[in-house]
Ligand binder design. Structure first.
Ligand code: ATP
Length: 263
């Protein structure tokens, strides 16, 4: 990996410059430039297939870039392996629940803390360093997400909304510098969505930078400081959410008449 520092990245936690991810002829992301500054909540909105999840995959290095530059804390990392991303403390939740059913809530969250430790060795074949005690990080993540009462239950004993909170707790157990959330409120009712929005805003107050992929426009407006709107892999608008949802290009691409009338 190149550890070149760049002047233009100063003040940004993450920059993606002219990032493209093509799958054969499908240009899932096609020349996207975004800048995430410290301690703010950024949103990505866009219709199905516009490239939102692919962008998160590119940032976590699970999906190879076709071209472009990724910079985290001033260091380029677009050539780094995914294990390096965990070491940089970039954590992610997925679009669908990915909890291990035979483990308790606490054990699932423990996996997040372990992921960071496992990333500690630059040589995967080398003997692992002795583990430090991560129980405090796990306890903090459980408390932070209000899961104390269900910590010893298994995922199938929980509501869907609570399972999604466990996923956020697992990501928090990594003690992230940047948290990527892929539709964390999908399938939730209004009350559960409001709870997640409140949690994300509390995490922001503690300084955590977040990038949230979300279809729920109200959730975006209530939660995000700055929103990027994508369509066909390119950025069509960005700015404060209340402005972006009124942008004619965004309304045309994504929101439809209903929101236009509402707005
Ligand atoms: N591994 C892959 N191989 C081929 N095409 C892919 C792959 N992953 C994504 N795509 C395509 O890339 C485009 C962008 O998909 P992506 O999942 O990033 O969109 P999205 O905005 O996250 O959509 P959604 O809101 O439905 O989750 C789509 O056309 C999709 O079919």
């Amino acid at each position: 990996m190149s550890a070149q520092t760049t002047e233009t990245a100063r003040g940004a936690v993450l920059e993606a410059r002219d990032v493209a991810v093509h799958f054969g002829g499908v240009k899932a992301v096609d020349g996207l430039t975004i800048r995430l500054t410290e301690g703010r909540i950024f949103g990505i909105m866009g219709p199905n297939g516009s490239g939102k999840s692919t962008l998160l995959g590119a940032i976590t290095r699970l999906t190879p870039l076709t071209r472009g530059t990724l910079v985290f804390d001033g260091a380029e990392f677009h050539d780094a392996p995914p294990s390096q991303v965990a070491r940089m403390r970039i954590a992610r939740t997925f679009q669908t629940v990915r909890l291990l059913p035979h483990l308790t809530v606490r054990q699932n969250i423990q996996l997040g803390a372990d992921a960071r430790q496992d990333a500690g060795s630059a040589l995967p074949w080398a003997r692992r360093p002795r583990r430090t005690d991560t129980s405090e990080a796990v306890d903090t993540a459980i408390r932070r997400t209000g899961l104390d009462d269900v910590a010893d239950l298994r995922p199938q004993e929980l509501s869907y909304g609570t399972q999604r909170r466990v996923e956020i707790a697992r990501a928090l157990a990594m003690d992230p510098r940047l948290l990527l959330l892929d539709e964390p409120t999908a399938g939730m009712n209004q009350k559960e969505r409001a709870e997640i929005s409140r949690l994300l805003r509390e995490l922001r107050a503690e300084g955590l930078t977040q990038l949230l992929v979300e279809h729920d426009v109200q959730m975006m407006v209530d939660t995000c400081d700055h929103v990027f709107a994508m369509n066909f892999g390119v950025l069509i608008a960005e700015g404060p959410p209340a402005e972006v949802v009124r942008d004619p290009r965004v309304q045309e691409a994504y929101l439809g008449k209903k929101w236009r009338d509402h707005a």
